[in-house]
Design a protein around this ligand. Structure first.
Ligand code: SAH
Length: 370
């Protein structure tokens, strides 16, 4: 089915196909098209782990599926954390690459909304090319895009392993989702569809370092997903020091794309802002951030910086974090300061994979990235 050049295995992942994809491949093989509905039911609703379990399909059809597709793509290397805290899953892919997925418990507030729902943070790529200076994922550089099936499978696998049902998805794990927009879009379709995993569009948030043209492209898909921007600096001077991508798409260009997003989608945009001691935590930055938020009617999620081995930055003292928050809230901006729970289990993006690969000798020493 060679249209997916990012596929790592010879057998394509079944969980990367939509209802109409299944109709197409069945038709091409001379199988009845209506079977597509049964296949998606087995995959996304009943969650069988092999094709033998698809008992209302004929044996030849099950054999054909088994010869050409794989269902269980991820094997669990490690799970860190306990049942009532953030749990982090390290998965091995068919080509031995590692990805991380984080399950955030019901009680933890996300984006300031007290939520009784479980949230999963999924990865979109192995590694990342954008080399943000706070991020463990960028340290080892970019390896490859995840396929749509590998993205969807993270949700199915974490539900199966944890026994929990997941109501929110954030694309804030490893990788830059908008640099993998084709597979991202397919995964969003499968995760959202009634014939698919059936998660509400408003419960899915794509987080990006700010790839302006791709934001404009994603704005056009007919699913009302939410958008979060990793801003981390309110002026180009400050943001540039933290995120090299700002040289390509400075804040002015980024905000042009956000205008386009706002024309298409109804929800508020969220700005993520990691507070890094002495780098972006001045009250002057907070004041500029206020005007940025006003211009976009955006809300802010402040995150105290999580120390990454190999990177020298630190989180500001709590008083400084509070003072920064105060500038925003007293100006009427909707903002929260995340009480970070994953610190002790290396829950920041890419940290667990980095440890595992270092332990396996795959990364000799952390490259500087840029
Ligand atoms: N490439 C996408 C998604 C991955 S990063 C993007 O840039 O948005 C997503 C988020 O992970 C960041 O915005 C930040 O909130 C969080 N993050 C990554 N590294 C972190 C660190 N060292 N400390 C705290 N948060 C971190």
């Amino acid at each position: 089915m060679g249209n997916n050049t990012d596929t790592a295995t010879s057998n394509q992942l079944a969980t990367g196909l939509s209802l109409s994809d299944w109709s197409d491949v069945l038709q091409a093989e001379g199988h009845p098209k209506f079977r597509s509905k049964q296949i998606t039911q087995w995959l996304y609703e009943k969650r069988v782990s092999d094709f033998a379990g698809m008992t209302n399909l004929s044996q030849p059809m099950r054999d054909w599926l088994d010869d050409n597709y794989t269902i269980d793509a991820l094997s669990t290397v490690r799970v860190t954390g306990s049942e009532d805290t953030t749990r982090k899953f390290l998965f091995r892919l068919a080509d031995n690459r590692l990805v991380e997925t984080v399950l955030i418990p019901a009680s933890q507030a996300l984006f300031g909304e007290k939520s009784d729902r479980r949230t999963i943070c999924v990865s979109s790529q192995v590694g990342c090319a954008y080399a943000c200076k706070f991020c463990a994922s960028g340290l080892a550089g970019f390896t490859r895009n995840l396929t749509a099936g590998e993205i969807v499978s993270q949700v199915l696998k974490v539900e199966a392993e944890s026994g929990e049902s997941i109501q929110n998805i954030v694309f804030m794990g490893m990788g830059e989702p908008l640099a993998n927009i084709r597979n991202l879009t397919k995964a969003l379709e499968i995760l959202n569809a009634e014939w698919g995993v059936n998660i509400g569009a408003r419960r899915m948030t794509v987080s990006t370092s700010g790839l302006a043209p791709q934001i404009e492209k994603l704005a056009k898909i007919p699913i009302q997903i939410r958008l979060a921007i990793s801003l981390h600096g309110a002026t180009d001077e400050v943001r540039e020091q933290i995120m090299p991508v700002n040289k390509k798409y400075p804040i002015g260009r980024l905000f042009q794309a956000l205008e386009a997003w706002r024309e298409q989608k109804k929800q508020k945009i969220t700005f993520e802002y990691i507070l890094i001691d002495g780098v972006n935590d001045s009250l002057d930055q907070a004041k500029v951030l206020v005007s940025r938020c006003r211009s976009m009617n955006a809300k802010v999620n402040l995150i105290p910086y999580n120390t990454v081995e190999g990177l020298q930055w630190e989180r500001p003292p709590e008083a400084q974090q509070q003072a920064f928050l105060e500038v925003l809230t007293s100006a009427g901006i909707q903002a929260t300061l995340r009480k970070e729970k994953g610190h002790d289990i290396s829950a920041a993006c890419g940290q667990l994979r980095l440890q595992q690969e270092t332990a396996e000798g795959k990364i000799e020493k952390a490259a500087s990235g840029s």
